[in-house]
Write a protein that binds this ligand. Structure first.
Ligand SMILES: O=C(O)CCC(=O)C(=O)O
Length: 265
């Protein structure tokens, strides 16, 4: 299969409507790909907190509409990164959108681990409550977003739901780039899965982004890695490698499903 990760440069100066058109054109340019991935919160900016309340949109809002049309025109599975979702009955969420090649929105995932400690998502957004995997003709996708990458138990839950291709849109800062590439590889090795990790480039909310989107195979090998700037990273691989890796090195068989309790002293 061929996957294209669109590492969009996100700035505070480009209006969201223009960035939407630009992203849609980039998706349409990926003809021949099977799966196209965009980063986290690329329309408003992952660190542009002050833009979220007014820019939040519903699941049939302008970003979803543009991405559905782009997926349909290009006949690709499109993981359109995430939007600031306005839930009419609740808070805002950081919600990822997956579109089928006919443009149908088949899955959404609300980010479970909110980043920011005492600011940003952690105070402004609701936390997702559901693990999401998606059966596709390419394999089963497991959905996670940015900061989620630091929580291996989420990825174990995705494995337990048969995920083979772990798709991680992000807005990961340059300051912690080493963590980004290291954790993407760690999750691939642990779950014996492909990791497709798509970051933003540029600077939003005053936070320079790391770029360096990457695709990692189930052995932890980096099949392709972007540089720091806007770029489309295209990688070809065989999803059947997941089953082969799990059969050749059946480490999951040795999982202790109940870790022994600590000895009381
Ligand atoms: O965990 C990190 O270092 C970055 C996470 C982040 O920027 C996010 O989840 O938006």
């Amino acid at each position: 299969m061929r996957a294209s990760l669109i590492q969009l440069a996100v700035s505070d100066s480009e209006p969201p409507a223009e960035r939407r058109s630009r992203a849609a054109a980039l998706v349409r340019a990926q003809e021949g790909a099977d799966l196209v991935v965009l980063p986290e919160l690329w329309a408003l900016g992952g660190f542009a907190y002050e833009a979220w309340a007014t820019g939040a949109e519903p699941l049939d809002g302008p970003t979803a509409e543009a991405m559905s049309a782009a997926a349909r025109a290009t006949r690709v599975w499109l993981h359109a990164g995430s939007i600031v979702e306005r839930d009419p009955d609740g808070p805002i969420y950081n919600t990822s959108l997956l579109f089928a090649p006919d443009g149908t929105l088949t899955h959404t995932y609300r980010k479970i681990h909110r980043f920011g400690f005492d600011s940003g998502e952690a105070v402004a957004m609701g936390a997702g409550q559901e693990i999401v995997t998606a059966a596709t003709d390419l394999g089963r996708l497991g959905l996670a977003t940015c900061y989620d990458l630091r929580f291996p138990e989420l990825f174990r839950a995705l494995l337990d739901d048969s995920a083979e291709l772990l798709v991680v849109p992000a807005a990961w800062p340059e300051r912690r780039r080493e963590h980004w590439t290291l954790l993407a590889r760690a999750r691939a090795v642990e779950e014996q899965a492909f990791v497709l990790a798509c970051n933003t480039a540029g600077t939003h909310g005053g936070v320079p982004q790391a770029g360096h989107s990457l695709v990692v195979d189930p052995w932890g090998r980096v099949l392709g890695e972007a540089g720091p700037d806007e770029e489309v990273l295209t990688v070809e691989f065989d999803p059947a490698e997941v089953g082969k890796a799990r059969a050749d090195f059946p480490v999951h068989r040795d999982r202790l499903l109940g870790i022994p309790a600590p000895v009381q002293r």
